[in-house]
Design a protein around this ligand. Structure first.
Ligand SMILES: *Cc1c(COP(=O)(O)O)cnc(C)c1O
Length: 352
C-alpha cells in the first residue's frame, strides 16, 4: 500500500500529531520516460509526470489532502472553492470522505463533463455561476470573509504545501532535479508549488540543483505573458481558462529565480500535443495538461537549447476528464458493422 503524500513527506509539511490522518492514496504518480517525442527533440531524457493517476484524476489531490487535514484540525465543517472543474472534483471527494459540507462554484457551461460528473457523484452542492472562473473566485473570496467556511482554492497556503510534493517525487525518482520542468499555468498555484518544492529539496538527491521553470498558458488565456488580466479568456483547455491568476506574482518569481520562462501556446498546438501524447506515447491527458508538451515543442523556436537536457513535463490531469474534446478533435469515426466474422472481415478487406 502506498502512503498518501502526508505520510510520505510528513517532515516537509505543516502537520503534527494533532493533524488528523487524511488520505485517498494521492501522490506517488508514475514518471514515465518518453518513447518518441523526446528523441525527436534531441534532449537527453524526457519524462512525463502522470498526475492524472491521482485518486480524482488530477494533481489537485496533492494539495487538497493537506488543506482538508488542516481544516479538520481547525474544527471546520464546511469547505468552499471556485473551480474550473478539477478543484471541485477533488474537494468533493475529500469532503465526502471526511464528512465536510462541500460547496463549489463553477463557471456555468465551461466545465468538462467528467469533472462535473465527479462533483455530482461525490455529492457536493454545485452552484453554476453566470460568469467566468475569475468572477467565481472573487465571489468565493467574499463569502469566506463573512462566513465560517474553509477556502480550499490554491489561495489556501496548505494547497501549495501539498502540491510541492510533486517536485519531491520527481527528484526522488530521478535522483536529482531535471534541467527543465514544463508545466501548464492557469491560476499559477502549481508552478508556485513546484518551485517551492524544488527549492526546499535542493541538496537532497545526487544533483543539488533546481530546474528552469517553463510555464505555459493558453494563447487565449495568457495574462502573465501579455502582462494584463484577460476579462474574457478563451481556450479549449478549460482547466487553464483563467484571466487573472491568483498566484500571478509567485509565478513570475518562479520564472525569474529559476531563469525560466512563461510563454503561451495556441489551441491548435495544444490539440496537436494532446494527440501526439495519445498516439505516440500512449498517454491520454486532458487538453490543459498537453499545454506543457505543446510548450516543450515550442522551446527550440524560442532559442532554448534542449540538447543533452533532462526534461520533465507535468501532465496535470487525466484525459477522461474531458471526453468531449477527444470526441471532437481525434477525428476518428466509428465504423458500424454487423456482429459476425464475415461482416468484419469484409469491412477490413474493403480497405476503407
Ligand atoms: C488546475 C489545473 C491546471 C492549472 O494549475 P494552476 O495551479 O491553476 O496553474 C492545469 N491543468 C489541470 C488539469 C488542472 O486541473
Amino acid at each position: 500500500m502506498f502512503p498518501g503524500v502526508i505520510d510520505r513527506y510528513r517532515e516537509f509539511l505543516p502537520v503534527d500529531d494533532a493533524t488528523p490522518s487524511v488520505s485517498l492514496g494521492e501522490g506517488t504518480t508514475p514518471l514515465v520516460r518518453s518513447s518518441s517525442i523526446g528523441d525527436s527533440l534531441g534532449c537527453r531524457e524526457l519524462y512525463f509526470k502522470l498526475e492524472g493517476c491521482n485518486p480524482t484524476g488530477s494533481f489537485k489531490d496533492r494539495g487538497m489532502v493537506v488543506a482538508i487535514a488542516k481544516a479538520l484540525e481547525a474544527g471546520k465543517t464546511r469547505i468552499i472553492c471556485a473551480s474550473t472543474g478539477n478543484t471541485s472534483a477533488s474537494a468533493a471527494a475529500y469532503g465526502a470522505r471526511y464528512q465536510l459540507e462541500t460547496l463549489v462554484l463553477v463557471p456555468a457551461g465551461e466545465i468538462a463533463l467528467g469533472k462535473l460528473a465527479q462533483a455530482m457523484a461525490y455529492g457536493a452542492r454545485i452552484l453554476a455561476v453566470n460568469g467566468s472562473f475569475d468572477e467565481a473566485l472573487t465571489t468565493v473570496k467574499g463569502i469566506v470573509e463573512s462566513w465560517d467556511i474553509e477556502l480550499v482554492n490554491s489561495l489556501n497556503p496548505y494547497r501549495i504545501e501539498g502540491q510541492k510534493t510533486g517536485a519531491f517525487e520527481i527528484v526522488d525518482d530521478l535522483g536529482g532535479a531535471p534541467d527543465i520542468l514544463c508545466i501548464p499555468v492557469g491560476n499559477a498555484g502549481n508552478i508556485t508549488a513546484y518551485w517551492k518544492g524544488f527549492k526546499e529539496y535542493r541538496g537532497i538527491g545526487r544533483i543539488g540543483k533546481t530546474p528552469k521553470m517553463m510555464g505555459f498558458q493558453a494563447a487565449g488565456a495568457a495574462p502573465i505573458v501579455r502582462g494584463v488580466p484577460i476579462s474574457n479568456p478563451k481556450t479549449i483547455a478549460t482547466a487553464i481558462r483563467i484571466g487573472n491568476p491568483a498566484s500571478w506574482e509567485q509565478a513570475e518569481v518562479a520564472r525569474d529565480e529559476s531563469a525560466g520562462l512563461i510563454e503561451m501556446v495556441d489551441d491548435n498546438a495544444i490539440v496537436e500535443a494532446y494527440l501526439r501524447l495519445a498516439r505516440e506515447e500512449g498517454i491520454f491527458c486532458e487538453p490543459a495538461s498537453a499545454a506543457s508538451v505543446a510548450g516543450l515543442l515550442k522551446l527550440p523556436e524560442l532559442d532554448v537549447d534542449l540538447t543533452g537536457k533532462t526534461i520533465v513535463c507535468v501532465l496535470t490531469g487525466n484525459g477522461l476528464k474531458d471526453p468531449g474534446t477527444a470526441e471532437k478533435r481525434a477525428l476518428v469515426e466509428l465504423e458500424y458493422v454487423e456482429p459476425d466474422v464475415v461482416s468484419v472481415m469484409n469491412l477490413l478487406a474493403s480497405g476503407k
